[in-house]
Design a protein around this ligand. Structure first.
Ligand code: PGA
Length: 250
């Protein structure tokens, strides 16, 4: 059985004052039945991890460099994330692919490094609206999946997040059929690439405008094992009902 995962991506939001949201979240979910992960900005990782030290809530980064150290001004290595208290890292988010021109090969190198550092890698895939309209979604997903995931991946260190770019931060959500089609496709591809055992053990998250009022429906879709949540992960008030919906889904 795959464990469910509710992951929050705070993006470039939040200062120390916002860590109070983590306290509220932990208080609302003292013994969570699913994995919980918050990826705050890098400046907050250390203090967030300290706050969550006695709770199953995990803290993650939003990116890392492929190298372990060196002359890379402004970058953070996987080892440094791990040292700060992170246990996971989001890689290949579409905002990184766009804002920082990261391609799938870059993401695979980062993921290799992060997995070597003992981090769980959440690798994001997703098509643009133009690609969906041109009916290229599955081709795009297949290519991103094949190129972005290192051979060192397994059910413990890999999570795939399907995030249609046009659904991120827009309030638009694909139909449940569209989500199911892509998630089933990703599952089949993972089984083919890594074998049935590993392929079936990798959690698949949906991301893109997941909110308290649509989460329960999304979690009914086959091969949706959780969510990667942006805006609605910033407050415990919004994120907590999403966690509840995930835990009550079968
Ligand atoms: P959103 O972001 O939930 O605000 O749409 C999702 C994401 O980018 O991971």
């Amino acid at each position: 059985m795959r464990r469910k995962l509710a992951a929050g991506n705070w993006k470039m939001n939040g200062t120390g004052a916002n860590l109070a949201e983590l306290d509220a979240l932990m208080a609302a979910h003292p013994t969570p039945q699913s994995d919980l992960l918050i990826c705050p900005p890098a400046t907050l990782i250390h203090s967030a991890a300290k706050r969550a030290a006695n709770h199953p809530l995990q803290i993650g980064g939003q990116d890392c460099h492929a190298a372990t150290s060196g002359a890379h001004t402004g970058d953070i290595s996987a080892q440094q994330l791990q040292d700060a208290g992170a246990t996971a890292v989001i890689l290949g988010h579409s905002e990184r692919r766009t804002d920082h021109s990261e391609d799938s090969e870059d993401i695979r190198e980062k993921a290799r490094s992060a997995q070597a550092a003992g981090l769980r890698t959440i690798i994001c895939l997703g098509e643009s609206l133009t690609q969906r309209k041109a009916q290229n979604t599955l081709d795009i997903i297949a290519a991103q999946l094949a190129l972005s995931t290192p051979d060192t991946s397994n059910g413990e260190n890999l999570v795939i997040a399907y995030e249609p770019i046009w659904a991120i931060g827009t309030g638009l959500v694909p139909s449940l059929n569209q989500i199911g089609e892509v998630h089933d496709f990703i599952r089949t591809n993972l089984e083919r690439r890594f074998g049935a055992g590993v392929g079936r053990s990798v959690p698949l998250l949906y991301g893109g405008s997941v909110k308290p009022d649509n989460a329960a429906d999304i979690f009914t879709v086959s091969n949706v094992d959780g969510a990667l949540v942006g805006g609605a992960s910033l407050t415990a008030t919004d994120f907590s009902p999403i966690i509840q919906a995930l835990e009550s889904s079968s």
